[in-house]
Design a protein around this ligand. Structure first.
Ligand SMILES: NCCCC[C@H](N)C(=O)NCC(=O)O
Length: 452
């Protein structure tokens, strides 16, 4: 039998190849998530959506993960059944949901295609188009979040002790590139309205190509497992037990990170879903201009997150990075709410915050949870985070409708943005508590990650 001296994950080239493959899966995931933010006005016009309908559509992504605890269940299934089976299933759901959403927005469906009659037969206050798109968004969210958990576990498998924070930074960077592309490409393809459906189909087809990329990754994963089995006696996968959940949930720094995760991301992702419309309404930008300024955020973070990850691998200071990032988010939203400063400046600062916190937060988990339970831990984080990603876009839409009675074309966003600032403030509090706890009990969150 051929003796394996080096496993696939010992080769830097293979590690980076894996990162590119799973990074692509993330890019298309984020592309689809964000492709609708520059189409908001068109959706309102074409399908008679209200701001609340739009908020509902954005937030439906999070329903399976929050209320059905799919990210936690997905994380536990992942720890139990492994990366290949679980990953394929969830990337498949993501692609199915994306195609269903595109179908719901298509002319063929609106003209009475399959399912139209059924969707028209209940809840008449919501259009059949909205209902089909909500169903698609539900499946997309179910698969998308859990597939991010899968990708996180893949990175721990290939990169632990070998530039893990850099790998996580690049992973986030791939996601941001997807958001950047969506903000740039979607409004151009939609062409101000006539090609709205094409813009949505393009997004769905990209997600489908992510499924193919994941299947290629599965081949590498199987090969690595075979090599590892030759050199290391394989332990049977540990069965999921509620005791494990209890252990994870009684870890105080973990809880602070989860709470920071929900407040920080709720102040950023839902903001991005409204940002193009906000820039258009407050600063008089066109759809394409506001898409462009919003897209500075993901493109900046695509470069800065890996850079901060690289620094954290070597020098640590993760808790401090989370405090600084939270402080910046608060300052940025107050600037948006109360000043007419050119949006380019706060967006750049938001990009720095949006790089610092993710670069520090996600890899910190390996300091708190053992590898065999990392899927469950990320699943818990994502489920709680999704509570914010569900509630906050909806709340933003409701505040927007309430503070702008009569649905004027140009809306006043002040109260909506102040709500985002409030979330930034609460996030800052949790990041301070995290640093305090780490100082008291020496969990090592401030230490470099490139240490065994
Ligand atoms: N695709 C947009 C929502 C992704 C949410 C995801 N749970 C997450 O937080 N990813 C980490 C990140 O920084 O993007």
């Amino acid at each position: 039998m051929e003796k394996v001296r080096r496993a696939l994950n010992d080769s830097p080239a293979m590690r980076w190849a894996v990162l590119v493959l799973v990074g692509f899966v993330l890019s298309v995931n984020y592309y689809f998530y964000d492709a609708f933010s520059t189409l908001k006005d068109l959706l309102l016009k074409e399908f008679n959506f209200t701001n609340t309908d739009y908020g509902l559509f954005v937030s439906f992504y999070s329903i399976p993960n929050t209320f059905l605890l799919m990210a936690v269940i997905g994380g536990a299934i992942l720890d139990r059944f492994g990366i290949r089976r679980t990953g394929f299933m969830f990337v498949f759901f993501m692609a199915f949901g994306a195609l269903l959403t595109a179908y719901g927005a298509s002319d063929y469906y609106s003209a009475g295609g399959p399912g139209y009659g059924l969707m028209a037969s209940f809840l008449p206050n919501y259009s059949p188009e909205l209902k089909m798109m909500l169903l698609g968004r539900f499946f997309f969210g179910l698969g998308a979040e859990t597939s991010i958990v899968v990708v996180s576990k893949i990175l721990v498998k290939w990169f632990k002790g070998k530039n893990l924070a850099l790998a996580f930074g690049l992973k986030v960077g791939f996601g941001r590139l997807g958001t950047f592309a969506a903000l740039q490409v979607s409004p151009v393809v939609a062409g101000g309205g006539p090609n709205l459906t094409t813009a949505v189909w393009l997004a769905a087809i990209l997600v489908l190509s992510g499924l193919l990329a994941f299947m290629v990754y599965m081949l590498l994963d199987a090969k690595l497992d075979k090599q590892v089995a030759l050199t290391t006696p394989t332990a049977a996968p540990e069965k999921f037990s509620f005791k494990d959940l209890g252990v994870i949930l009684s870890n105080r720094p973990f809880i602070y990170i989860v709470l920071l995760c929900v407040t920080f991301y709720s102040a950023v992702f839902p903001f991005v879903s409204y940002a193009p419309d906000f820039f258009a309404d407050k600063f008089g930008f066109t759809d394409v201009q506001s898409g462009r300024v919003t897209s500075l955020l993901p493109i900046g973070t695509a470069f800065f997150t890996p850079l901060f990850g690289f620094i954290i691998d070597r020098y640590g200071k993760s808790a401090t990075a989370m405090i600084l990032g939270s402080l910046i988010v608060l300052g940025v939203h107050l600037t948006f709410a109360y000043t007419m400063v050119s949006p380019y400046i706060p967006v750049i600062f938001l990009g720095i915050a949006f790089s610092l916190v993710p670069a520090a937060m996600w890899p910190s988990m390996v300091k708190l949870v053992k590898d065999s339970r990392i899927g469950t831990a990320y699943g818990i984080m994502y489920s709680v985070q999704n509570l914010g990603l569900w509630g906050i876009p909806l709340l933003a839409g409701i505040i927007l409708d309430k503070t702008n009675p009569g649905n004027p074309l140009v809306a006043d966003y002040t109260m909506t943005i102040l709500m985002f600032a409030g979330l930034g403030l609460v996030g800052l509090l949790f990041s301070l508590l995290l640093k305090f706890e780490d100082k008291k009990k020496a969990f090592g969150i401030e230490l470099p990650l490139n240490k065994k």
